[in-house]
Every structure is written in C-alpha cells, then in structure tokens.
Design a protein around this ligand. Structure first.
Ligand SMILES: NC(=O)c1ccc[n+]([C@@H]2O[C@H](COP(=O)([O-])OP(=O)(O)OC[C@H]3O[C@@H](n4cnc5c(N)ncnc54)[C@H](OP(=O)(O)O)[C@@H]3O)[C@@H](O)[C@H]2O)c1
Length: 316
C-alpha cells in the first residue's frame, strides 16, 4: 500500500489527545536556519496537515512559532503546542511559564515540559537546587493555579532513575517524557517502563539529527526501497507504529511532507529496526548536546550520565 499521511493520535493520561507527528523547531548548531525560514516552514507544515509543534523557551523561537500559528489560518484549537521550562528557570516556574505564553502570544499551552531534570543557575552554572522533584511540585502548583492555561504537564530527558525519584512525590503523573530515540538508540527498556506507567513517549532527534548515519545505512536504505519511500519515512513509521510520538525537524518542503507520510511496516521490518542498534558501532546517542560525537562525552548540562541515569554505550 502507498504511504499515507499519519493522523494517529495518542490519548494522554491528562485526558487530552496528542497527534503522533509533530514538527521540531530546534535548529541545532549545525545546519541552522534563519528565523524567517523557520516561520515559513511551520506555516507550510500546518497547511500540510501537521497539528503538533514542539518548541522550547531555550530554542529562542517561541515568538516565531506563535506568529506561524496565527499566519497559518489553522484554528488554535486544532493545534497541539509543546514548550519547555529551561533548566535556568527551575526556581521561577510561574514566571518562566508566563514569559513563554507572552512570547508565543497564545492563551494556553497544550503540554508544558521540564526540559531537563537538572537545574542551572541563571548564568548557566550547575546547582543542586531545586531538585527535579521540587521543580515538578512547582509545575504541579502552576497547573493547579492555571488549569486552563496549562493543559498537560510532562518532562524531558528523564531516565528510569530520575522518573522513579519524581514519582515518589508526584500527585500528577507526567503525561509525557520526551527523550532521544532513533534506531541507534531505541531505548527499549525505558520505553517499556514508561508505557507500563501510562506515560507517553515522544522521540526527539527521531531521525538521528543532522547528517544522520542511520539514513545512509544499507539496511535502512533496503527497507526504504522495499516500500518505495525515503529512508526517513521508514524510521518515523517504525517509531509511530510503536506508539511513540515523533517530532522531526525539517525546513525542507519536500522532507516536511515526507516526514508525516508513512508506509505500513510489517513485523519483519519492525524486527529489523528494533535490532538495528546491535550492529557494530551502532549503539550511541546522536544528538550533539548528549554526547553524539564519535568520541562521545558523558557530561550533559552539568550532570554525568550516571546522575542522569543514562546508560553508557560503547563504540565498537
Ligand atoms: N527535549 C530535548 O532535549 C530535545 C533535544 C533535541 C531535539 N529536541 C526536539 O526534537 C526536534 C527534532 O530533533 P532534531 O532536530 O535534533 O533531529 P531530527 O529531527 O532527527 O533531524 C533533523 C535533521 O535531519 C534533517 N532531516 C529532516 N527530515 C529528513 C528526512 N526525511 N531525510 C533526511 N534528512 C532529514 C534536517 O535537515 P533539513 O531541515 O534540511 O530537512 C535536520 O538536519 C527538535 O527540532 C526539537 O524540537 C528536543
């Protein structure tokens, strides 16, 4: 069957629906894009059927995202908008949330995420306080004070270790955890743990980020040829088939359409993609800030992999 536009949605534990496919808006440090180009591509994506946009205070594009939503003509009520609390603002959650709303020029946010478990001082230095649990309780207080402005709460970059700590104090279970997932980092165990708790998983860097080696690998190219699609479509179809949301970033008009148009994979295709990371040298993070370099590093935003509860990987 030909590839079709993905309209799948997930019911979050907060009672709201999240479209499976969103558009990422972080430009990264490599291959970055002018702000106006980003705005125009968000408008284009919304016109092509995207109904989920992922942004963050730290990406510096919230104003552009708000402008694009208004310019698109798509009703706000049809769009699922995610933004994130930056680590430098854990001590002032309400202020940071209101600043995001003002930059976006919108009345509410569909999903507000703690971007990272760890706190940083306002000038970007490591600090032990607030703890992730304390920040979560401040987010819960925000939700209780402004239930109409913040519809769902979630986290990002949480491992089983940091999620377990958070769940000891939480009275609201996070609706979603946004983590790095792609065939070189399938996160099978963490995803199983989260899905068993009813926590949605959203895959960031779902294609493996800029210049992804996955997209050039012969076994992925063979799957793409089998289905008559581009390599990226096979990868995203695999993630969505596993009930994961995806937020690929593209400012290329052709790839924006490809990234929401998927073939139907069979069980053998899924098995190949599930096992892909077991190939020599293929189990590693690709997002630059997470150690996605050939040599790797294990300190991310002031925390070690051990503090984050992230599994180390070996480059064979
Ligand atoms: N929570 C977090 O800590 C966190 C961290 C990282 C990212 N994110 C979010 O996740 C989003 C996506 O992640 P990402 O931007 O790191 O990586 P990604 O979406 O996996 O990859 C983006 C890169 O792949 C290219 N690309 C896009 N579609 C393609 C296709 N079909 N075929 C070939 N190349 C393609 C893009 O270039 P073109 O634009 O030229 O197509 C861009 O260079 C971000 O924008 C951000 O919203 C969140």
């Amino acid at each position: 069957m030909a590839a079709t536009i993905c309209t799948k949605k997930f019911l979050l534990n907060s009672g709201f629906y999240m479209p499976a496919v969103g558009l990422g808006t972080w430009q990264g440090q490599v291959g970055s894009t002018a702000a106006t180009e980003m705005r125009d591509t968000i408008v284009y994506a919304l016109k092509q059927g995207y109904r989920h946009i992922d942004t963050a205070a730290v990406y510096g594009v919230e104003e552009i995202v708000g402008d694009a939503i208004r310019m698109s003509g798509v009703p706000r009520s049809e769009i699922f908008l995610v933004t994130k609390l930056h680590s430098t603002h854990h001590h002032k959650v309400e202020q940071a949330f209101k600043a995001s709303l003002a930059r976006l020029g919108l009345d509410y946010i569909d999903l507000y995420l703690m971007h990272w478990p760890q706190s940083l001082t306002e000038d970007g230095k490591h600090t032990d306080t607030p703890t992730p649990a304390e920040t979560w309780l401040a987010m819960e207080a925000l939700k209780k004070k402004y239930p109409d402005q913040v519809r769902s709460l979630g986290v990002s970059n949480f491992s089983q270790k940091t999620m377990d700590e958070l769940l000891k104090v939480a009275t609201i279970i996070p609706a979603s955890n946004q983590i790095e997932v792609h065939p070189m980092l399938p996160q099978h165990e963490l995803i199983k743990y989260l899905q068993e708790k009813g926590i949605n998983v959203t895959c960031y860097s779902p294609l493996g980020q800029y210049n992804s080696p996955i997209l050039k690998h012969p076994s992925i190219l063979a799957l793409a040829e089998k289905h008559g699609v581009a390599a990226g479509q096979v990868i995203l179809a695999w993630e969505v088939a596993k009930d994961l949301a995806v937020i690929p970033k593209s400012t290329n008009l052709k790839r924006i359409v490809e990234n929401i148009t998927y073939p139907t994979l069979d069980t053998e295709d899924i098995r190949v993609l599930d096992q892909f990371y077991k190939g020599p040298g293929l189990h590693r993070r690709l997002c630059q800030i997470n150690g996605g370099t050939p040599t790797g590093h294990d300190i991310v935003m002031g925390w070690t992999y051990e503090q984050l509860g992230w599994e180390p990987y070996t480059i064979e």
